[in-house]
Ligand binder design. Structure first.
Ligand code: ADP
Length: 501
């Protein structure tokens, strides 16, 4: 040993030590505290001398220290508290310090003193604190998301479930349960689908992900709850050995979904009823005209028979009228049904000028003859591509409405002006039909294409709705002119045949 060191006193070494140290009597009272320890606790030496060491230890660790001290006195040899038995002390400001403590006996003239060395377990303490915080965060996040944790040990066939899951399942349960007991609480109808999802996730060739929704039945009151579960299977040596997952109560969402579905079904039913009603109205609309004509012809026939004024020509004309109208009604129904069933639209090249003349002559045969038709037809009009019958039906509806509107106001002359033209650069032909009737006020103009909208006492309100749909189905448009100066003015377009477009 270097000679100079022989003279070093205990006190000098004690004061110089970088480690925090203090000396206590066997009673536990502090008799000396070195500068490092003073700095650690934030006290001056004279503030601590004579005070019990326990005062520096956090209350919940005092018992542990006492026990350790007693143990030391039974056999006073050098000892350090083993890892994991650290103490928490408090500094002057009440801040916790995790300390590893070692005790060494010092005997001076039959009196036993204890040299206590304190080592601050910073890193461990911080790591534990961080773990505690992250566990707390996880707990709060789980709570906020309403998640429970399930851990299935496949080898031992045991399911560990946390408090949240146990609460969801209902009833009284311990922390672990056999897999069979666990499955027994799942709704019988949902077990197979859930097991398929488990089997798939446990297949080592899968990615191990598990997802399922199933119901559980509370054994105490038979109440059902919907559970959404997701998790991951862990494999060892190619075999599934653990499934860890989270569960969530989705009963409210499921109930909301059910309600929504019930509303959808109800809305669909109403829609179906509406479609049925509209179809019936459309059929009525198609039959109205021919049935009225057949009835009129039949009355003429009956009258002639009763009065013995039968002449074979008029009889034949009336009968022919009946036959024609009945056939027309049949054709109309057939086409209407094809249209409603959205069958393939058969189109042809059509000369719109001819179609307009044809519609006007049908109108006259139907008893709408007393009006003046003014035509502005474009010469050499290119053909349009459309379904002849459907376009004719739309034109007839427009002409018929025009005559009915003009008749309703007892005008001396009823005029329908019809113009057909093409527009340079546009690949459509435009038909404009204007009558000299009362026209449309703003509210009526807004609603005329609505099904069932009618202002006529015996009207059905389907004519314009059908016409609109027919023209649209043929690639055109139908609209009412809001700027008509007098009477009602309608426009419709139809696409030109491909070689003219
Ligand atoms: P309906 O003829 O059975 O009433 P429509 O759908 O063909 O059904 O016509 C709907 C309504 O539009 C008519 O009741 C009428 O009020 C109005 N309307 C249609 N065309 C004209 C017109 N040219 N002039 C005035 N009002 C019309």
């Amino acid at each position: 040993m270097i000679n100079a060191l022989k003279d070093l006193s205990f006190q000098v070494v004690f004061e110089a030590a970088a480690d925090a140290m203090l000396v206590t009597e066997d009673s536990g009272d502090i008799v000396s505290i070195n500068p490092s320890a003073q700095q650690l606790f934030g006290y001056a030496a004279d503030e601590l001398n004579g005070i019990a060491i326990e005062t520096l230890i956090a209350p919940q660790y005092r018992k542990q220290y006492r026990y350790y001290q007693e143990f030391f006195f039974n056999e006073p040899v050098k000892r350090s508290m083993s890892v994991g038995n650290e103490l928490v002390a408090l500094d002057r400001n009440g801040k916790e310090i995790l300390l590893e403590v070692s005790l060494s006996p010092i005997k001076v003239q039959h009196q036993l003193f204890i040299l206590i060395r304190l080592n601050v377990a910073h890193e461990r303490f911080e790591a534990e604190e961080a773990l505690r915080i992250s566990e707390e965060r996880l707990r709060l996040a789980k709570q906020a998301a309403g998640l429970g944790i399930l851990d299935y040990d496949c080898n031992r066939n045991i399911v560990y479930w946390d408090k949240q899951v146990r609460e969801l399942w209902g009833g009284e349960h311990s922390e672990t349960v056999s897999y069979e007991e666990f499955v027994a609480m799942i709704h019988p109808e949902d077990r197979a689908a859930r097991q398929t999802a488990i089997d798939y996730a446990m297949d080592p060739t899968s990615n191990g992900e598990f997802r399922a929704e199933y119901r559980v039945i509370n054994p105490s009151n038979n109440a059902e709850r919907w559970i959404s579960a997701m998790g991951r299977v862990y494999f060892e040596n190619g075999c599934a050995n653990r499934l860890v997952g989270v569960t969530r109560d989705v009963t409210e969402q499921k109930n909301a979904q059910k309600k929504l579905q019930a509303h959808r079904d109800e809305a669909e039913n109403i829609l179906k009823q509406q479609v049925a009603a509209r179809t019936a109205s459309a059929i009525a609309h198609e039959l109205n005209q021919p049935l009225a004509a057949i009835s009129a012809y039949s009355e003429v026939l009956l009258h002639a028979l009763h009065n013995d004024t039968t002449n074979s020509d008029s009889l034949e004309r009336a009968l022919k009228g009946c036959v024609e109208q009945a056939q027309r009604a049949g054709r109309s129904l057939h086409e209407l049904l094809a249209f409603l069933q959205k069958g393939e639209l058969v189109t042809e090249r059509l000369n719109l000028n001819d179609a307009i003349n044809e519609a006007l002559s049908i109108l006259c045969n139907d008893g709408y003859e007393k009006f003046c038709a003014v035509l502005h037809l474009e010469k050499n009009l290119p053909a349009v591509q459309c379904n002849h019958t459907q376009v004719q039906k739309a034109l007839l509806n427009l002409f018929r409405n025009a005559v009915e509107a003009m008749r309703a106001v007892n005008l001396p002359t009823l005029t329908i002006e019809t113009a057909v033209q093409t527009v340079a650069g546009a690949s459509v032909a435009i038909v404009t039909i204007q009558d000299s009737g009362p026209g449309l006020d703003q509210t009526t103009a807004k609603r005329i294409f609505e099904p069932f909208f009618t202002t006529k006492p015996t009207g059905i309100g389907m004519g314009l709705a059908i016409s609109y749909a027919l023209i649209e189905a043929n690639g055109g448009q139908l609209w009412v002119d809001p700027d008509a100066k007098s009477g009602a003015k309608f426009h419709l377009t139809l696409p030109l045949a491909p070689d003219h477009a």
